[in-house]
Design a protein around this ligand. Structure first.
Ligand SMILES: Cc1cc2nc3c(=O)[nH]c(=O)nc-3n(C[C@H](O)[C@H](O)[C@H](O)COP(=O)(O)OP(=O)(O)OC[C@H]3O[C@@H](n4cnc5c(N)ncnc54)[C@H](O)[C@@H]3O)c2cc1C
Length: 467
């Protein structure tokens, strides 16, 4: 009897340097490269129908083509994962399942059920660490507890040897004969792409972007990464989110001899860090990392949420960022921090609203990084930003988009406003003629209210810094 192995693709949509796929190939006669269209993945509330799913669909097409080049085919099935796997095993006589581990609470619960049921049925199930450079249990304090602060975590992270990428050489084993691939299921995924997607899906496009960034962007990254109008960051996040690029392939290009390369590598450490936080504390998905912050009585008016989503707040840098998200499915990191702070500390709305909205619109929407980013900005999370450090949307714009190039790019109503007025529209002679809203709130007033709101929750309060 030939050994038949199923490789279950999830967040690893690539053939190169795929830990579980390499392991699958090593000990099998026939291989079923499977992707399951889980109805949960397609749910509207988590971005189903939206740009991230469209990006995934395109990535699956690219994966199918790569597998074909390796002598194999992508097999698609739709349905609840355990049932799909059981039916496929029954149909094919597969005796082994392999996959790369995923750390989101939903994935872990799903995988626990799958492992328990299939091992109970006598199947061999092997799982692999692939998604992080260092898995969540690998970096702990001297007391054996998870780190709560990034800087000491990062120190340990950098000190550890990093796994190298493993290329796939030679063909993959064939599919069991007569197994339907059901490739048509891809055509049935209904999802609307972003109008101007930031990235083209697939492994090949990911490598082209990585190579371009390594050659042209990395050296200047430390300075350019905060400038909103520059192409100063790698824009690899959608690829890393879907595993069209492995984290080892990305890290291998970080030139640690340069300051830019080192700062960039530390962003990859943030990625591991937030995966670690979510894996150790799945409750952060619904609750503040620091429980006292769940006492906050958010005082904003949810009717304001729509203006924030549409990019019609009257704060140019906030509006530019929100429109960049809608147009491209991506937002600059500095802009993410600005709009998140604005939602929580100017509109006084719960960070969970913004977190959910980001998950719907981002190609890179990732439970761990998104939750970590929102809790950081709201001041409820693991790290540095204390709640009283409130971003001023005007000075953030002046600092990180001094000429207003980013604003003019995404807010065409302001295309003709000169640089000296773009952050101070109230002083612009043409203000009355602009078809652009007045600021929806008074920042200084909201800032005071935010401080009071947070202070009541954490009883004691603190300083008065403004960033
Ligand atoms: C409110 C908020 C929400 C966010 N939501 C997400 C999200 O859903 N998915 C996501 O991948 N990132 C998220 N981030 C982190 C960060 O904004 C993006 O990873 C980054 O903008 C992606 O652009 P890039 O690939 O050019 O990054 P680069 O600057 O080139 O960094 C390289 C890679 O490092 C990782 N990375 C960088 N910064 C962070 C970070 N702070 N946390 C975790 N990983 C990081 C990403 O994988 C990124 O692709 C969020 C940040 C904030 C403040």
């Amino acid at each position: 009897m030939p050994v038949i192995t199923i490789h279950w693709f999830r967040r690893d949509l690539r053939v190169q340097d795929n830990t579980a796929l390499l392991a699958a190939r090593a000990e099998t006669d026939l291989l079923i490269p499977l992707f399951i269209l889980d109805p949960r993945l397609l749910e509207t509330s988590r971005g189903g129908g939206g740009p991230r799913v469209a990006f995934m669909r395109d990535g699956l097409r690219a994966l199918a083509a790569s597998l074909q080049q390796q002598g194999s085919h992508l097999v698609l099935r739709q349905g609840e994962p355990l049932g799909v796997l059981q039916r496929l095993i029954q149909q094919t006589g597969a005796s082994r399942l392999v996959y790369n581990r995923d750390y989101s609470p939903y994935a872990r619960q799903r995988d626990r059920q799958v492992v328990e049921a299939l091992r109970g049925d006598g199947l061999t199930v092997e799982t692999f660490q692939d998604q992080a450079l260092h898995e969540y249990k690998a970096i702990l304090t001297d007391q054996g507890t998870p780190y709560q602060v990034f800087t000491p975590y990062k120190k340990r992270w950098f000190a550890l040897e990093k796994p190298r990428p493993q290329p796939l050489e030679g063909a993959l084993p064939p599919l069991p004969s007569a197994l339907a691939t059901q490739a048509h299921l891809l055509e049935h995924i209904s999802a609307t792409p972003a109008p101007e997607p930031i990235a083209e899906a697939g492994e090949e496009a990911a490598h082209a972007r990585l190579d371009a960034f390594a050659a042209q962007g990395m050296a200047a990254y430390a300075e350019a990464r905060n400038l909103l109008a520059e192409d100063g960051t790698s824009r690899l996040s959608p690829y890393l989110r879907w595993g069209m690029l492995s984290i080892r392939q990305a890290y291998a290009k970080a030139d640690l001899e340069t300051h830019g390369g080192e700062v960039w590598a530390s962003e990859l450490a943030w990625r591991d860090f937030y995966q670690m936080v979510l894996a150790h504390h799945p409750r952060v998905l619904h609750q503040s990392y620091r429980p006292e912050y769940d006492q906050i009585q958010w005082q904003g008016d949810e009717a304001d949420f729509g203006a924030w989503q549409r990019g019609e707040t009257g704060f140019p840098v906030v509006d530019a960022a929100m429109r960049q998200l809608r147009a491209t499915g991506w937002m600059h990191n500095r802009a993410r921090m600005i709009v998140a702070s604005f939602l929580c500390k100017d509109l006084l709305l719960d960070w969970r609203l913004g977190e959910a909205y980001f998950m719907q619109g981002l190609l890179d929407g990732d439970t761990a990084a998104n939750n970590g980013g929102w809790q950081w900005a709201a001041g409820t999370g693991t790290d540095a930003a204390p709640y009283f450090r409130i971003f001023n949307p005007t000075t953030q714009g002046e600092k990180f988009d001094p000429q207003g190039t980013y604003i003019r790019r995404w807010v065409p109503e302001l295309a003709d406003v000169p640089a000296r007025f773009i952050h101070q529209l109230q002083k612009a002679p043409q203000r009355a003629a602009l078809n652009y809203p007045q600021p929806m709130v008074d920042h200084q007033q909201q800032r005071k209210q935010a401080l009071a709101m947070y202070q009541v929750a954490v009883k004691g309060g603190g300083g008065q810094a403004e960033a």
